[in-house]
Write a protein that binds this ligand. Structure first.
Ligand code: S3P
Length: 173
């Protein structure tokens, strides 16, 4: 099924955006663009380096520019970073450039999926659970505000999540 518009995957760190994105890209036979990788490619540096040298604000600027850049390309699946919804300008880009699927995940689920990962600077702290909880309070309403579809990833196997998204794509309205 060719995509008529971009399909954005949004949601917090560890919600499975990249994993679900990869399966969807196989099933739909279209590219997956991982916004974090685009940011790194354009910067010629890792996310960790960008946060170290430029801080979160520098990263957010690069994230907005990368988002603007990728929506100009042909319709595809775009997995965004967890903080992509923070800026109103990004939320507007998401809303006007395609369909937005919010992969929702509990804090426990996120912790389990991110615990061994050293490449998420915001979680390199004593208490990642507290950081994720604070983020959820701020960000969950923002994810919801732009989502065309919300999928609870906590209890469903990836296959079911994919099926739910495929069904939605058949009939988005
Ligand atoms: C971030 C999430 C990360 C990455 C960066 C900041 C966030 O992406 O963009 O470390 O603010 O939640 P993932 O959601 O793909 O881990």
């Amino acid at each position: 099924m060719p995509l008529k518009q971009h399909l954005f995957l949004i949601g917090p760190m560890g919600a499975g955006k990249s994993t679900i994105g990869r399966s969807l890209s196989d099933d739909l036979n279209c590219n997956l663009v991982d916004l974090d990788r685009v940011i790194e490619d354009r910067a010629g540096a890792s996310i960790t380096w960008i946060f170290d040298i430029e801080g979160e604000s520098g990263f957010r600027e690069r994230e907005s520019l990368a988002l603007e850049h990728v929506v100009g390309d042909e319709s595809t699946i775009i997995a965004t970073g967890g903080g992509c919804v923070l800026l109103a300008e990004n939320r507007n880009v998401l809303k006007r450039s395609g369909l937005v699927v919010y992969l929702a995940a509990s804090i426990d689920q996120q912790l389990e999926r991110t615990s061994k990962d050293k490449n998420r600077p915001l979680l390199q702290t004593e208490n990642p659970s507290q950081v994720l909880s604070k983020m959820a309070i701020e960000r969950n309403p923002l994810y919801e505000s732009v989502a065309d579809l919300v999928v609870d990833t906590n209890t469903k196997p990836p296959k079911l999540i994919i099926q739910e998204i495929m069904n939605f794509l058949q009939d988005p309205n």
